[in-house]
Design a binder for this molecule. Structure first.
Ligand code: GTP
Ligand code: MG
Length: 427
């Protein structure tokens, strides 16, 4: 795979923030070993956020965003804060660049408070450690300062409370390249994998339970394998000591008859959303039934927002625009579901005549694009990373647009949403 074939959605996103002239653009150039960002001693050289996709060893594919410096004299304008927050909302790791000669100023502390507000992890980097000006108040400490990590925060004017949530504090010279390898290592060692919000099924399935998994084998199914949510569910069931019985929708009725004969009562049936209505008719109404998409949404921590999205669908009016989003980058795996079945399901839930816009692959749209629609219906995102899925939900939250997923819409249209969710703990 060539380095530019990684979609931006899958890249690790690093945002560089700080006061004007602290050396943000210089730091990007030092990290990438290229003259990507414009550097100058004119304050306010970078005027708009600029993103660049690249391969940064040993980190891998990253999207690095240079932001305009925040001025420390004037009041932090509302629009500036908003723009910083917009970049932060899609940033995996923020880097605060501080001019080591000046130390941490009030503006830096305000930037840190924005990181905290956005719950964005960050590294604090004191730059320009090569400068030991005669009149620098930090001259003595800077003299003894070695590039790399350290604990000179106090002497550099940092206040402990302000730096409390920082992952690490580093000292570099973007000009000389000192400490840059250490910074790269700190970025690389940053743990990308967040803990999942919930297990898939393990918290409400017990040892020796029989669980039926309904997996249609049709055009939408990839050749020769199961999709990730199916694999992960089976894995969790095996780990829990439960019996995972996997069956095609076409053979579910036969299986249920076998169970009845042998007096086995499955404790749960999990189906692919596309077969939801059909499966709901076969599975007795007192038997727990849900879908992979509901379980995966909970696992990723986006079930609550998705349920709110369903509520919002009921309030849509004639002419409202709905965005249908699919994550597939190459071949469309979901067939006509987005173009035919979802619009049909929405009509059933809501009755209004809605307008549709579509997005697919890595292009999900900006906050401004999202503000133009009344609701987003996303596919299960089996081709997207969990990080990207969460980012999309976060973008919608920021744009004030409700979002939900295919599985929930199909369940709601089939009148089986309540049944599919009432035994599942989530918040
Ligand atoms: N001595 C020294 N100078 C540096 C270092 N890093 C940056 N500079 C200088 O500081 C000035 C500002 O650097 P930039 O990288 O443009 O700073 P910036 O934070 O991107 O500035 P704005 O975009 O204006 O907010 C330039 O003159 C750089 O050459 C460093 O490590 N040591
Ligand atoms: Mg700059």
């Amino acid at each position: 795979m060539s380095m530019n074939s990684t979609p931006n959605g899958e890249r690790f996103r690093i945002g560089i923030f700080g006061c004007v002239n602290s050396g943000k653009s210089s730091l990007i150039n030092a990290l990438t070993g290229q003259d990507i960002a414009m550097v100058s001693d004119v304050r306010g050289t970078t005027t708009d956020p600029v993103s660049k996709a690249m391969e940064m060893l040993p980190i891998g594919p990253v999207l690095i965003t240079d932001t305009p410096g925040l001025d420390d004299e004037s009041e932090l304008a509302e629009r500036r804060i908003e723009r910083t927050m917009e970049v932060l909302s899609i940033t995996d790791l923020a880097i605060l660049v501080v001019d080591a000669n000046r130390g941490l100023c009030k503006r830096d502390e305000e930037i840190i408070s924005l990181f905290k507000k956005e719950k964005c992890p960050y590294l604090t980097v004191f730059n320009k450690t090569d400068l030991t000006k005669e009149d620098s108040p930090n001259r003595e400490s800077l003299k003894s300062l070695k590039a790399g990590t350290g604990s000179f925060d106090q002497r550099l004017g940092a206040d402990d409370a302000a730096l409390e949530n920082t992952k690490e504090t580093l000292y570099v010279s973007a000009l000389l390249g000192d400490g840059i390898d250490e910074l790269k290592r700190a970025i690389a060692s940053f743990d990308l994998q967040e803990d999942p919000a919930y297990p898939i099924v393990a918290d409400f399935v017990s040892e020796n339970d029989t669980v039926v998994l309904v997996v249609p084998i049709d055009d939408a199914a990839p050749k020769g394998r199961l999709i990730l949510p199916q694999q992960q569910t089976i894995r969790e069931l095996i780990e829990a000591g439960a019996f995972a019985v996997t069956v095609r929708d076409t053979h579910l009725e036969d299986l249920m008859q076998q169970f009845e004969k042998t007096q086995i009562t499955p404790s749960l049936v999990v189906t692919d959303s596309q077969a939801f209505a059909k499966v709901a008719q076969i599975v007795p109404s007192d038997m727990r039934l849900t879908s992979f998409s509901i379980l995966m949404a909970r696992h990723k921590g986006i079930l609550k927002a998705s349920m709110e999205g369903i509520k919002a669908i009921k309030g849509l009016k004639d002419g409202d625009r709905v965005m249908i989003s699919e994550g597939c980058t190459h071949r469309r795996m979901c067939g006509d579901i987005g173009t035919v079945k979802i619009p049909r399901a929405l009509k059933k839930i809501n009755g209004s005549t809605l307008e549709y816009v579509f997005s697919s692959g890595g292009s999900f749209g900006s906050i401004d694009d999202l503000k133009k629609v009344s609701c987003v219906i996303h596919c299960g995102g089996c081709m997207l990373s969990e990080k990207e899925m969460k980012r999309r939900y976060k973008l919608c939250e920021r744009a004030g647009v409700p979002i939900t997923n295919y599985g929930l819409v199909l369940a709601a249209a089939g009148g089986i949403l309540d049944r599919s969710i009432d035994f599942i703990p989530y918040e």
